[in-house]
Design a protein around this ligand. Structure first.
Ligand SMILES: [Zn+2]
Length: 158
């Protein structure tokens, strides 16, 4: 049983949804709707913690933004995905159907490729990195389990 909308109040609730979508994505890795939903949810997480600024410093969050915001406009070939990343623009001549089939393997633009240490990544490993990034974020910013009252990253996680 999934929680209703009104039980989704905090960023961690949204993260739970992201983890659930990741499990569905893993079971059905070529399903474009599930993939798209995953990245849309991921795209909203910085808003829910009021930290849109995080995207400036983290490739993985920018990649989620690109996929969530422009994915439906990508042409179904890899070159245009790279171009869309690079230019932040979309073509008029768009392909609305089947677009996610291609970007289930995603070629990253140079800047993101450098920080991600790969020029190509499949949808599932990318989604896995996204989940891991957010899991670490919440762990680091939660109060440390030692009871000091400090955030984990400023305490035992330092
Ligand atoms: Zn501690």
């Amino acid at each position: 049983m999934q929680p209703g909308l009104f039980q989704m109040k905090t960023a961690k609730d949204l993260f739970a949804k992201l983890e659930w979508e990741f499990e569905n994505f893993r079971k059905d890795p070529s399903n474009p709707w599930i993939a798209f939903n995953f990245f849309v949810t991921a795209e909203h997480l910085p808003d829910w913690i009021n930290r849109k600024d995080l995207k400036g410093n983290h490739s993985i969050l920018r990649i989620c933004s690109h996929l969530a915001n422009s994915g439906k406009h990508y042409k179904s070939n890899k070159k245009s995905v790279v171009d869309a990343f690079r230019n932040g623009v979309v073509d008029e001549d768009v392909c609305e159907n089947g677009v996610f089939e291609e970007w289930l393997t995603i070629r990253l633009p140079e800047e993101e490729a450098n920080t991600m240490k790969t020029s190509e990544i499949d949808g599932i490993p990318l989604a896995e990195k996204v989940v891991e990034w957010w899991r670490n974020y919440f762990r680091d910013n939660d109060k440390c389990s030692c009871g000091s009252g400090l955030k984990y990253k400023k305490c035992c996680g330092n």
